[in-house]
Design a protein around this ligand. Structure first.
Ligand code: NJP
Length: 239
C-alpha cells in the first residue's frame, strides 16, 4: 500500500520475514543490519518478486548508522512511514557469571539501538505529521525467569519508553510493541552452549518468524487513527 518501512535487524529471522511480507503487500522496504551480503541478497529477492527495497549496512549501536538508515528512506522514497526497531540480541546467563560485556552489548543493541531509532525518526515523523514506531520486545519481559533478567530488563525498558512515547506522541504518531514468544530464528545461535539444551527444547515448539511478521503487518496496515499498541505472539504450547 505504498508505505515506506525501515527495518533494523532485517538480515535474518523476524526482520527478514517482516521485510518479505510487507514488500509482498506493496510497502517499500529500507533494510538495515550489519551483514551487507544478506541485505543485498534480500533486497534482490524482493526486487525479483516485483517489490521495492534498498539497504544500508547498519549497526544500531552506532547512532550515525541509524540516522543514515532513516535518511536513506527519505532520499530514496521521500518519506518514512514506519520504523521497525527489531535488531536484538539475547545473551542469557546467570547474574553470578558476571558477563558484564554481554550485559553491555544487550543494553547497546536492544535498548540504545531503539533510542537511536527514536532520535533519528521522531523529528522526521514530527515534520511529516505522521509516523509509526514498531519495537520488537519479548515475552521474556512479561514473566521474569532466571538467566534472562538482563535481557528482559532491556526489553522492558523499551516497553516503558514506547508507552512514554505513545503518551507524548499526540494523535499523529502510532507506537506498537510486539512481544514474540519462542520463534525459530538465529536468535539462539548467539547464546552460550551451556543454555543450549534449554533453548533447543523451546525451539521444538517455536513459531515460524512469519507469525510475528503477520502481527507487525497487522499493526502497520490499520487505518489512520487506529493504534495497535501491544501484541503478544507466542506458540500455544509455550507455558
Ligand atoms: O533473531 P535473529 P530474531 N546492529 O538473530 C540484528 C526478538 N525476540 O529474528 O547485524 C544491527 O535471526 C541481526 O543482524 P546482523 C529479539 O530480541 C526473538 O529472533 O546482520 N543489527 C539480525 O538481523 C530481537 O529483538 C525471540 O547480525 C543487529 C537480527 O538483529 C527480535 O526478536 C523471542 C545488531 C536478529 O535476528 C529479532 O530477533 C523474543 C546490531 N548491533 C524476542 N545486532 C525468538 N527468536 O525466540 C544484531 O521474545 N542485529
Amino acid at each position: 500500500e505504498g508505505k515506506v518501512v525501515a527495518i533494523t535487524g532485517a538480515s535474518s529471522g523476524i526482520g527478514e520475514a517482516t521485510a518479505l511480507l510487507l514488500a509482498e503487500r506493496g510497502a517499500k522496504i529500507v533494510l538495515g543490519a550489519r551483514r551487507p551480503e544478506r541485505l543485498e541478497a534480500l533486497a534482490a529477492r524482493i526486487e525479483q518478486a516485483g517489490g521495492d527495497a534498498v539497504w544500508a549496512r547498519t549497526d544500531v549501536t552506532r547512532r550515525e548508522d541509524v540516522a543514515d538508515l532513516v535518511q536513506l528512506a527519505r532520499d530514496q522514497y521521500g518519506k518514512l512511514d514506519v520504523l521497525v526497531s527489531n535488531a536484538g540480541i539475547g545473551l542469557i546467563s546467570r547474574l553470578d557469571d558476571l558477563r558484564v560485556e554481554d550485559w553491555e552489548q544487550m543494553i547497546d543493541v536492544n535498548l540504545k539501538g531503539v533510542l537511536y531509532g527514536i532520535a533519528a525518526a521522531l523529528p522526521v515523523f514530527r515534520e511529516q505529521g505522521f509516523g509509526h514506531f514498531v519495537n520488537t520486545v519479548s515475552t521474556a519481559g512479561l514473566r521474569i525467569v532466571p538467566l534472562q533478567s538482563v535481557y528482559a530488563a532491556t526489553k522492558n525498558a523499551v516497553r516503558t519508553i514506547s508507552e512514554g512515547l505513545r503518551q507524548e506522541a499526540g494523535d499523529s504518531l502510532r507506537v506498537t510493541v510486539v512481544s514474540p514468544g519462542a520463534v525459530r530464528t538465529d536468535f539462539a545461535e548467539h547464546m552460550d552452549p551451556s543454555v543450549k539444551p534449554q533453548i533447543d527444547k523451546l525451539m521444538e515448539i517455536a513459531l515460524s518468524p512469519d507469525a510475528v511478521a503477520r502481527a507487525i503487518a497487522f499493526a502497520i496496515e490499520q487505518p489512520d487513527g487506529v493504534d495497535v499498541g501491544d501484541i503478544v505472539v507466542r506458540p500455544t504450547a509455550q507455558g
